[in-house]
Design a protein around this ligand. Sequence first.
Ligand SMILES: NC(=[NH2+])NCCC[C@H](N)C(=O)O
Ligand SMILES: [Mn+2]
Ligand SMILES: [Mn+2]
Length: 299
Amino acid sequence: MTRKLSIIGMPMDLGQMRRGVDMGPSAIRYAGINERLKPLFDEIHDLGDIPIGRPEVAIDEESNLRNLDLVAEKNTLLCEKVDEAIQAGAFPLVLGGDHSIAIGTLAGVAKHYKNLGVIWYDAHGDLNTAETSPSGNIHGMPLAVSIGLGHKLLTDIGGYSLKVKPEHVVIIGARSLDEGERILIKEKGIKVYTMHEIDRLGMAKVMEETIAYLKDKTDGVHLSLDLDGLDPSECPGVGTPVMGGISYRESHLAMEMLEEAKLITSAEFVEVNPILDEKNKTASVAVGLMGSLFGEKLL
Ligand SMILES: NC(=[NH2+])NCCC[C@H](N)C(=O)O
Ligand SMILES: [Mn+2]
Ligand SMILES: [Mn+2]
């Protein structure tokens, strides 16, 4: 079987308020994604960027669902592209862009699986709805949307709601959760490895457990990796940094263990903001992690 990768850039910055995250896909390409992944695939198709454009409408300053219409419209385009890539037999790799793009990615991916699993590698839960969000920023909502909670314009992208069942979600790296998110996690029984568990168990054990948890009950697993899951000392180029994050080494180990388990069927790397970065360090970390995820070996 030929191993095909489709790279899709999603220069979205409408899901939050910091400018610059729209340049994430460029920064990741500049960090050498194509050259790095080339030896690991038979074919790589860089499909370019989804056109976001500079919106003519004024940015919503006062809203509990900032830029709702545009975020929904652009995610619909992403959904279609991801769907097409999978139909063409490729592994879809989406480059963000703020984390609101997970709404479109998952809408495109989940069509192809009966029981899609999701690994949400993030400092945050991204489980807010308009009612619980402290900011109104949609990048704090994509996981809620994907389990069917939130505005219809977002939950129904792709023509169906409930992309992922809550019991098929594992959050790794959480250290900043809002009140409503905590309630939802308990209510829905979502599996979460906070930094406390990562410290206590070690990343190897966390990944062993995650893989065992998802392996038998899912028929595909999407990795949604927010670079702010890592520590800001190693990934400073993110809009919502939180101290005390997952280390670079732990993250490579996590990616290597996922590759050994042959578990991941789609992925996205999000929240890279080169304006806030130091010499493109965060984009370089992202590309390195992709190397590990796709089977790069030292020896
Ligand atoms: N994808 C992210 N970086 N999300 C940050 C979300 C922060 C906060 N929980 C909010 O809802 O606004
Ligand atoms: Mn985050
Ligand atoms: Mn996130």
